[in-house]
Design a protein around this ligand. Structure first.
Ligand SMILES: Cc1cc2nc3c(=O)[nH]c(=O)nc-3n(C[C@H](O)[C@H](O)[C@H](O)COP(=O)(O)O)c2cc1C
Length: 159
Protein backbone atom coordinates (compact mmCIF):
# COMPACT_ATOMS: atom_id res chain seq x y z
CA UNK A 1 0.00 0.00 0.00
CA UNK A 2 1.17 3.53 -0.77
CA UNK A 3 1.28 5.62 2.40
CA UNK A 4 0.01 9.11 1.69
CA UNK A 5 2.93 10.86 3.35
CA UNK A 6 5.49 8.94 1.26
CA UNK A 7 3.83 10.37 -1.84
CA UNK A 8 5.15 13.85 -1.04
CA UNK A 9 8.81 12.82 -1.15
CA UNK A 10 10.33 14.10 -4.37
CA UNK A 11 13.38 12.74 -6.16
CA UNK A 12 15.14 15.32 -8.33
CA UNK A 13 16.27 14.30 -11.80
CA UNK A 14 19.89 15.51 -12.26
CA UNK A 15 20.07 18.33 -14.85
CA UNK A 16 22.76 16.65 -16.94
CA UNK A 17 21.07 13.23 -17.18
CA UNK A 18 18.33 11.72 -19.32
CA UNK A 19 15.86 9.01 -18.37
CA UNK A 20 15.45 6.71 -21.36
CA UNK A 21 13.15 3.77 -22.01
CA UNK A 22 11.92 1.77 -24.97
CA UNK A 23 8.63 -0.09 -25.14
CA UNK A 24 6.90 -2.52 -27.47
CA UNK A 25 3.61 -1.51 -29.14
CA UNK A 26 1.59 -2.27 -26.01
CA UNK A 27 3.76 -0.20 -23.67
CA UNK A 28 5.78 -3.05 -22.16
CA UNK A 29 9.25 -1.79 -21.21
CA UNK A 30 11.97 -3.42 -23.33
CA UNK A 31 14.89 -1.17 -22.35
CA UNK A 32 15.60 1.08 -19.37
CA UNK A 33 18.81 3.07 -18.85
CA UNK A 34 20.58 3.25 -15.50
CA UNK A 35 19.24 6.75 -14.76
CA UNK A 36 15.67 5.46 -15.20
CA UNK A 37 16.38 2.69 -12.68
CA UNK A 38 18.05 5.03 -10.22
CA UNK A 39 15.38 7.74 -10.30
CA UNK A 40 12.39 5.36 -10.27
CA UNK A 41 13.83 3.21 -7.48
CA UNK A 42 13.63 -0.03 -9.48
CA UNK A 43 16.46 -2.09 -10.95
CA UNK A 44 16.63 -2.28 -14.76
CA UNK A 45 15.77 -5.99 -14.44
CA UNK A 46 12.62 -5.14 -12.51
CA UNK A 47 11.56 -2.56 -15.11
CA UNK A 48 12.14 -4.65 -18.24
CA UNK A 49 9.09 -6.75 -19.10
CA UNK A 50 6.71 -4.57 -17.02
CA UNK A 51 3.99 -2.31 -18.46
CA UNK A 52 5.06 1.34 -18.40
CA UNK A 53 2.12 2.22 -16.17
CA UNK A 54 4.09 0.60 -13.32
CA UNK A 55 5.31 4.17 -12.67
CA UNK A 56 1.98 5.90 -13.37
CA UNK A 57 1.27 8.47 -10.68
CA UNK A 58 -2.37 8.94 -9.58
CA UNK A 59 -1.97 12.71 -10.03
CA UNK A 60 -1.62 12.28 -13.80
CA UNK A 61 -4.82 12.92 -15.78
CA UNK A 62 -6.00 10.21 -18.19
CA UNK A 63 -6.05 12.62 -21.13
CA UNK A 64 -2.26 13.10 -21.03
CA UNK A 65 -1.70 9.43 -21.79
CA UNK A 66 -4.54 9.29 -24.32
CA UNK A 67 -2.79 12.10 -26.22
CA UNK A 68 0.57 10.34 -25.86
CA UNK A 69 -0.75 7.08 -27.35
CA UNK A 70 -2.71 8.83 -30.13
CA UNK A 71 0.40 10.71 -31.15
CA UNK A 72 2.91 7.85 -31.21
CA UNK A 73 0.48 5.47 -32.91
CA UNK A 74 0.05 8.07 -35.65
CA UNK A 75 3.81 8.53 -36.06
CA UNK A 76 3.90 11.88 -34.26
CA UNK A 77 6.14 12.85 -31.37
CA UNK A 78 4.41 13.62 -28.06
CA UNK A 79 5.99 16.08 -25.68
CA UNK A 80 4.72 16.71 -22.22
CA UNK A 81 5.29 17.00 -18.50
CA UNK A 82 4.89 13.82 -16.48
CA UNK A 83 4.78 13.16 -12.77
CA UNK A 84 5.90 9.60 -12.14
CA UNK A 85 5.55 7.28 -9.17
CA UNK A 86 8.68 5.83 -7.57
CA UNK A 87 8.91 2.31 -6.24
CA UNK A 88 8.95 3.70 -2.68
CA UNK A 89 5.75 5.75 -3.18
CA UNK A 90 7.61 9.03 -3.84
CA UNK A 91 7.54 10.89 -7.12
CA UNK A 92 9.63 12.67 -9.76
CA UNK A 93 8.78 15.15 -12.52
CA UNK A 94 10.13 15.06 -16.06
CA UNK A 95 9.70 16.64 -19.46
CA UNK A 96 9.23 13.69 -21.86
CA UNK A 97 9.59 13.30 -25.61
CA UNK A 98 7.87 10.12 -26.77
CA UNK A 99 8.17 8.90 -30.35
CA UNK A 100 8.36 5.89 -32.62
CA UNK A 101 11.63 4.13 -33.44
CA UNK A 102 11.99 3.22 -37.11
CA UNK A 103 14.02 0.51 -38.81
CA UNK A 104 13.98 0.25 -42.61
CA UNK A 105 11.00 2.59 -42.68
CA UNK A 106 8.96 0.46 -40.28
CA UNK A 107 8.05 1.22 -36.66
CA UNK A 108 9.82 -1.27 -34.40
CA UNK A 109 9.38 0.27 -30.94
CA UNK A 110 8.44 3.39 -29.01
CA UNK A 111 10.94 5.42 -27.05
CA UNK A 112 10.84 8.12 -24.43
CA UNK A 113 13.66 10.48 -23.50
CA UNK A 114 13.11 12.62 -20.42
CA UNK A 115 14.85 15.46 -18.71
CA UNK A 116 14.53 17.48 -15.51
CA UNK A 117 12.20 20.47 -15.21
CA UNK A 118 12.24 23.62 -13.07
CA UNK A 119 10.54 23.93 -9.71
CA UNK A 120 8.22 26.64 -11.11
CA UNK A 121 7.13 24.34 -13.95
CA UNK A 122 6.39 21.50 -11.50
CA UNK A 123 4.11 23.77 -9.46
CA UNK A 124 2.39 25.02 -12.61
CA UNK A 125 1.87 21.49 -13.98
CA UNK A 126 0.63 20.15 -10.64
CA UNK A 127 -2.10 22.82 -10.72
CA UNK A 128 -3.00 22.16 -14.36
CA UNK A 129 -3.19 18.39 -13.82
CA UNK A 130 -5.20 18.80 -10.59
CA UNK A 131 -7.77 20.87 -12.53
CA UNK A 132 -7.85 18.39 -15.42
CA UNK A 133 -8.26 15.38 -13.13
CA UNK A 134 -10.97 17.14 -11.24
CA UNK A 135 -12.91 17.62 -14.51
CA UNK A 136 -12.14 14.24 -16.08
CA UNK A 137 -12.36 11.92 -13.14
CA UNK A 138 -14.27 13.86 -10.54
CA UNK A 139 -11.27 13.47 -8.27
CA UNK A 140 -9.64 16.13 -6.15
CA UNK A 141 -6.20 16.22 -4.61
CA UNK A 142 -6.25 17.46 -1.05
CA UNK A 143 -3.34 18.30 1.18
CA UNK A 144 -3.95 18.47 4.91
CA UNK A 145 -1.83 19.65 7.81
CA UNK A 146 -1.92 17.63 11.02
CA UNK A 147 -0.16 17.94 14.37
CA UNK A 148 2.91 15.73 14.60
CA UNK A 149 1.23 13.77 17.39
CA UNK A 150 -1.66 12.96 15.00
CA UNK A 151 0.85 11.97 12.32
CA UNK A 152 2.43 9.49 14.74
CA UNK A 153 -1.03 7.99 15.36
CA UNK A 154 -1.66 7.68 11.61
CA UNK A 155 1.73 6.07 11.05
CA UNK A 156 0.99 3.52 13.79
CA UNK A 157 -2.35 2.66 12.13
CA UNK A 158 -0.51 2.03 8.84
CA UNK A 159 2.01 -0.37 10.37
C1 LIG B 1 7.58 4.98 -24.84
C2 LIG B 1 6.54 5.18 -23.76
C3 LIG B 1 6.91 5.73 -22.55
C4 LIG B 1 6.00 5.92 -21.53
N1 LIG B 1 6.42 6.48 -20.36
C5 LIG B 1 5.54 6.63 -19.35
C6 LIG B 1 5.97 7.16 -18.10
O1 LIG B 1 7.13 7.55 -17.91
N2 LIG B 1 5.04 7.25 -17.12
C7 LIG B 1 3.76 6.86 -17.28
O2 LIG B 1 2.97 6.96 -16.34
N3 LIG B 1 3.32 6.38 -18.47
C8 LIG B 1 4.17 6.25 -19.50
N4 LIG B 1 3.73 5.76 -20.69
C9 LIG B 1 2.28 5.50 -20.85
C10 LIG B 1 1.87 4.19 -20.25
O3 LIG B 1 2.03 3.17 -21.23
C11 LIG B 1 0.37 4.23 -19.81
O4 LIG B 1 -0.46 4.53 -20.90
C12 LIG B 1 0.14 5.24 -18.68
O5 LIG B 1 0.98 4.99 -17.59
C13 LIG B 1 -1.31 5.23 -18.19
O6 LIG B 1 -1.66 4.00 -17.74
P1 LIG B 1 -2.97 3.30 -18.25
O7 LIG B 1 -2.87 3.31 -19.76
O8 LIG B 1 -2.96 1.95 -17.65
O9 LIG B 1 -4.10 4.17 -17.76
C14 LIG B 1 4.63 5.55 -21.74
C15 LIG B 1 4.25 4.99 -22.96
C16 LIG B 1 5.18 4.82 -23.97
C17 LIG B 1 4.75 4.26 -25.31
Amino acid sequence: MIRTFDMFIETEVPENEEIISLTDFSGIITYANDTFAEISGYSTDELIGKPHNIIRHPDMPKSAFEELWNSVKNGKEWQGFVKNLRNDGGYYWVFARVSAVYKNGKTVAYKSVRESISRERKIEMQNIYDTLRNKEENQSRIVVYVDNSKLDEIKKLEE
